[in-house]
Design a protein around this ligand. Sequence first.
Ligand code: PEP
Ligand code: MG
Length: 320
Amino acid sequence: RKAQLLKYKDQPMVTQDSHRVTLLANVGCLSEIRHLADVGADGIGLFRTEFMLMNASEMPTEEIQYRLYCDALQLLDGKIFTIRTLDIGADKELPCLSLPAEDNPALGLRGARYSLAHPELLKTQLRSVLRAANHGQIRLMFPMINQVEELDTIFDIIEVCKTELVDEEQGYGDLSYGIMIETPAAVLNLPSMLSRLDFISIGTNDLTQYTMAADRTNPLLTKAYPSLSPAILALIKMTINTAKSAGIPTSLCGELAANPNVAAILVGMGLDELSVSPSSLLELKSSMRNHSLDTYSQWSQQALSLQRLDELNDYVSHCN
Ligand code: PEP
Ligand code: MG
C-alpha cells in the first residue's frame, strides 16, 4: 500500500474533476521539513514554533529564531510557509519558561494570551519573523485569538517592530496574517476580524475541546466527544461561509482532516486548504481523486443535516 501511494508524491491534491485543494503539512522542526519532499506537500500549514523550546534550557534569541526561519525558507524553496507564534500553556509545558500556576490552565494564559502577557517575548518572535521575510514569503498566524481587540494589540506591536527594524537598517519583509479558529468565540467574532486578515486556519483539536468543554487530553471523554460531531461540523461550515463572504481563504490544520472521509466532507464544504501531519498526505491525495467536487458537496450537505453522533460517524465512514 505504501509503495502504491508513492506515485502521488509529485502529484497535487485534486478531486476527480480536477478541483485543486492545497495540501500542507503540520511540522515542528527542520528535520520534518527536510522530509516533506517525500510526500510532495504544497508547503507548511502549521509550523508549531513552541517545539523549538521543548528541549531548550533558555528562550531562543532573536538571532537563533531568525536563522531557524531562514533555514526553513531555504528548504521550502518557495513553497507555502505558515509560522504560528508561540502557543504556550495548557497542554504545552516548556522547561525554559516558568508558567504561572493556574487552576484551569486550558482556560488560562495560553496561546496569544500568553504572548500578549509577555510582549517582550512576542516582540522577539515578531522581529525574527519580519526579518526572515526579507528572504521569502511567510504567512504568520496567531493561536487562541477570541476577539478583535487581541488582534489590534498584536498589530500595534508589529508596527513597533517594523519601526525599530527600519531604524536599525535591518529592514523587514511584508507578511500575510492569519488566526487560528480554536474557540466558538473566534467563530462568532470572525466578521469583526476579517478585514485585518489574509487567511484563517481552523484548529479543530482545540475548537472541539472548547466547544464541548472537554479536555482534549482526557481519555475518559474521548468516546463521548469524538472529533467529528454535528456541532463541530456546523461551526466549521459557519467559519467557511463567513470567510468566503469576505473572500478570505480557509485552511484547517487539526488532525480531523487526516481522515480521508472527513477530508472529502471538508472539501465539499468549501475548504481551500488542509494541513495535517506529513504521514497522512499521500493517503489524502490518493482518496481525494476518487470522486468529484460535486459529490463531496452533496455528501457534506447530507452530513450537515445529521443530528446524531452515531448517524454522522456512520455516514462519514461510507464517504470514500
Ligand atoms: C488545533 O488546536 O487544532 C491545532 C492544530 O493546534 P494544536 O494541536 O497545536 O493545539
Ligand atoms: Mg490548538
